[in-house]
Structures are given as structure tokens and as C-alpha cells.
Design a protein around this ligand. Structure first.
Ligand SMILES: Nc1ncnc2c1ncn2[C@@H]1O[C@H](COP(=O)(O)OP(=O)(O)OP(=O)(O)O)[C@@H](O)[C@H]1O
Length: 255
């Protein structure tokens, strides 16, 4: 049995009388890609926001690398090894692509965050490790050729890859990808598919929310399916494709 990096136990989240998440338990294992799917309003974003610390949980436990984190603020969860992307790209238009990724990496450093951007790092060893990681990330995200471009000048698809690159630079144990394929065309989705697998190959676990079924079936080692805030199925892509409850609630007969 592979070790869970991230464990969610009996998570509940209510907004007033709306029970967005009810008694949800699942785990993301070491170097695993777990897909989180379900119809609109089934609770996927709420789950990610509770994991990342954007929303307080109503009850339940979240454990990351053996440490309980459900009461920690967002930035401490990042420091514990969990980073995320958002449904919409958020970037610094005046930065170069490389500098924005470097900035994402600075949460793992003890020197001042701005130091590596301006090349005045006090911790040379850390600078070198980060520079090597950023070079690898530029490579696997396909951003190497535009590393010197201003973020404000790159395409929206490149900005989405940049958001993943920035989250990866923090050297996370687990990365949460919230609808990474939104707005991407076919060849960009192929690049994204390869990228998600490369992230796993780096030893980073991935939790990915996605509506694009071909992509989620292709990249996921396992899939967890939500409906009305509860888990209705969990298993391999093949299990999920053939699950009657999932077909009825979400996939339909054609999947
Ligand atoms: N801030 C909020 N206040 C009140 N209700 C909310 C809030 N955020 C989410 N909800 C409700 O919680 C439920 C789950 O919403 P959530 O956005 O997590 O679903 P989702 O699966 O991510 O949907 P989508 O695929 O459309 O993004 C829905 O009923 C939604 O209306």
C-alpha cells in the first residue's frame, strides 16, 4: 500500500444551510495523480479551497505529510508542501517568465523573497538548487523558449502553464490543479497531459479537478467522483468509466 501524502477525513463544509461537502474522505498517495470529478456544483472547488486554506472547514481532518493542517493559514500550508493553481490565471505582467517562477520558489528559502529575482541571494546553495529546479520546470512546462519574455506579453495558454510552473517552483509534496485545461485547445491539452505526468515523475503528487474527461481519464492513476458534496465512487479510470452511479450522475452512456 502506497503512503498517503495528503489525507482528507470526514470533511464537511457548509455555507449557512447549504451542505457543499458532506463527510468526504479520500487520500492522495505518494507520486500519484488523483482526479477529482463531478457535475457542476458537486463540491470540487469547495474541496480544493478547504485543502488550500482559502475556506475554513466546518469539520473534519486534513493531514499533509503526517501533519494536521486544517487549521493552518494558507501560507503555512504552502510551506508544509502543498501548492495550487486557480481556475483563472493570476500573474505579474511586468515580470519575466523566469522571474515569476523564481518568486514562486522563494517560499522554500530562508533568504529574502526578492533576493533571487535580483541576484543578491545570501544563501548561494539555495540559489543554485532553485535555479536548477526552475530550469527543469521551464523545460517540462514548455516555457523555456519564452523564459525572458514579460508575463504580460505571453498568450493566455502560456499564462496557464506559467501558473503551474510557479506552483511547482515551491517544491511541493502535492500540487492542486483547478481546471488546468480550461480554455486550452487540443495540442495544448496534449502538452498539459504530458506535463501532469512529468510532475508525477518528479515525485510530486497531483490532485487535479477537471471537466475534460479524455484528459482526466488519460492522466489519472485513480479518480474520486463527487455528487451533491459526497463521494459516490473512487477507483481506476476503468472502474469509474463502468460505474453505474457515475454514469447516471455525470458521465452519461457515451463516456
Ligand atoms: N461561497 C459560497 N456561498 C454559498 N454557497 C456556496 C459558496 N461556494 C459554493 N457554494 C455552493 O456549494 C456547492 C458546491 O459548489 P462548488 O463550487 O464547490 O462546486 P464545483 O463542483 O466546483 O462546481 P463547478 O464544476 O461548477 O466549478 C454548490 O451548491 C454551490 O452553490
Amino acid at each position: 500500500m502506497t503512503t498517503p501524502v495528503l489525507k482528507v477525513e470526514q470533511l464537511c463544509k457548509s455555507f449557512g444551510g447549504v451542505h457543499a461537502i458532506s463527510d468526504l474522505s479520500f487520500e492522495v498517495r505518494d507520486a500519484e495523480i488523483l482526479g477529482l470529478i463531478g457535475p457542476n456544483g458537486s463540491g470540487k472547488s469547495t474541496t480544493v479551497n478547504c485543502l488550500a486554506g482559502v475556506l475554513p472547514v466546518t469539520s473534519g481532518a486534513i493531514t499533509l505529510g503526517g501533519q494536521r493542517i486544517e487549521t493552518l493559514p494558507e501560507y503555512e500550508r504552502v510551506a508544509c508542501g502543498m501548492t495550487r493553481t486557480f481556475q483563472t490565471a493570476s500573474t505579474f505582467p511586468e515580470f519575466t517568465v523566469r522571474d515569476q517562477i523564481m518568486l514562486g520558489g522563494n517560499v522554500t528559502r530562508t533568504s529574502h523573497p526578492i533576493s533571487s529575482v535580483f541576484g543578491i541571494g545570501r544563501h548561494r546553495g539555495e540559489d543554485e538548487v532553485l535555479a536548477r529546479r526552475v530550469a527543469h520546470i521551464l523545460d517540462i512546462t514548455g516555457l523555456a523558449q519564452i523564459a525572458g519574455a514579460r508575463v504580460g506579453t505571453i498568450s493566455s495558454a502560456q499564462q496557464r502553464f506559467l501558473m503551474i510552473a510557479t506552483a511547482l517552483a515551491a517544491d511541493p509534496k502535492v500540487i492542486l490543479l483547478d481546471e488546468p485545461a480550461a480554455g486550452l485547445v487540443s495540442h495544448e491539452r496534449k502538452t498539459l497531459t504530458d506535463l501532469i505526468k512529468s510532475i508525477r515523475d518528479m515525485g510530486v503528487s497531483v490532485l487535479v479537478i477537471e471537466h475534460h474527461m479524455a484528459l482526466i481519464m488519460e492522466v489519472s492513476d485513480r479518480i474520486c467522483v463527487l455528487n451533491f458534496g459526497s463521494k459516490i465512487a473512487e477507483g481506476t479510470p476503468q472502474d469509474i468509466r463502468n460505474d453505474r452511479a457515475v454514469i447516471d450522475a455525470y458521465l452519461g452512456e457515451a463516456a
